[in-house]
Design a protein around this ligand. Sequence first.
Ligand SMILES: C[S@@+](CC[C@H](N)C(=O)[O-])C[C@H]1O[C@@H](n2cnc3c(N)ncnc32)[C@H](O)[C@@H]1O
Length: 376
Amino acid sequence: MAARHELFATCPRGLEPVLHQELKELRMGRIERQVGGCRFQGGPVEVARANLWLRTANRVLLRVDRFPCPGDAALYEAAREVPWERWLRPEGTLRVQARVQDSALTHGRYVEQRVKDAVCDRFVERTGTRPSVGDEESDLRIHVHLFRDRATLALDTTGTPLYKRGWRVAQGRAPLPETLAAGLVLLSGWDRRSPVLDPFCGSGTLLVEAALLAAGAAPGLGRAFGAERWLTHEPRLWERARREAEQARRPTPKLQLVGSDLHAERVEDTRANLEAAGVTASVHLEAADGRSFAPRPGWNGQVLTNLPWGVRVSDPARVVALYEAFGTRLREQAAGYALSLLGGEPRQLDALGIAGERTELANGNQPCVLLRAALA
Ligand SMILES: C[S@@+](CC[C@H](N)C(=O)[O-])C[C@H]1O[C@@H](n2cnc3c(N)ncnc32)[C@H](O)[C@@H]1O
């Protein structure tokens, strides 16, 4: 039987329950929800499937050690004991990233440096040569998590974060990360069949992620992963996982996707991204003002959108006026539609004048709120 590993998938804050559900649907073992992600167990097959299939995860980390870490010496010694040569060639490239909280060692940079020294010293001792320090695309990325003087050393099986799916060819000023967009689609409760409308579509991230979900398409199919650069890499296993994912994708010619944006360039961005992602749905795109939003009566679709936020897109007072006008339009024109609206602040969402369930999320370090409602 293949080795079982302790794995941890990270995700945007607030999406932990969605990620938990995704892992359950992928039939991963011993799933446990934590802050910022979920723990689970699995071997190399699960590592490949998690990377290919998870929509809301940013990274999948594989734990190699966990130990009490009251200070510098404990960190260095433990890091030197790990058999890094199992995964990395002596002449390969290495990157260490640390997150440090409530611990005697307080500086992330210092922790990264010490772990890098320990790894390199181990290689020099055994092979006379050492790996060099690389970038995001390094052959081995090591994550150090130091919390209340307990350290976890983990290998990053993902490499370039999972929100970079490989389909984005165009972006506006404030695109949603793909992982957060997929989380909104999943949180919306959308049935994966009814029309999806995004009247502030920007670069179309929500429409693309909704279409990929409806098609049963693995979001990671168009890219490579960190673990594929390791010495332990089993190409056949990954080929099989990719083949399964390719076979699972279905065309969705009946799916209606409706997108608009005030700016014609954004509409073209959406068109380009939908095409690059291989979306086969029936697509209607136009430049239009959300304040005149007029969804087709009787469609009973899903309005799924990310309204402009004061900080990034325009000035706060104008944003509130925009929310007011859009809310009025929804109440007057969108009977029968389900709404999932992401806004920057509770006050902005209040201006919509629509009651519903609110979920606090985060876009990077920026808090945001999802409002879900159904219009009778
Ligand atoms: C936060 S961005 C949406 C980002 C999008 N979800 C993405 O991932 O690229 C908001 C979008 O609303 C558009 N916008 C601003 N005012 C608008 C209006 N009155 N009507 C329609 N779109 C508007 C902006 O051009 C911008 O593309």
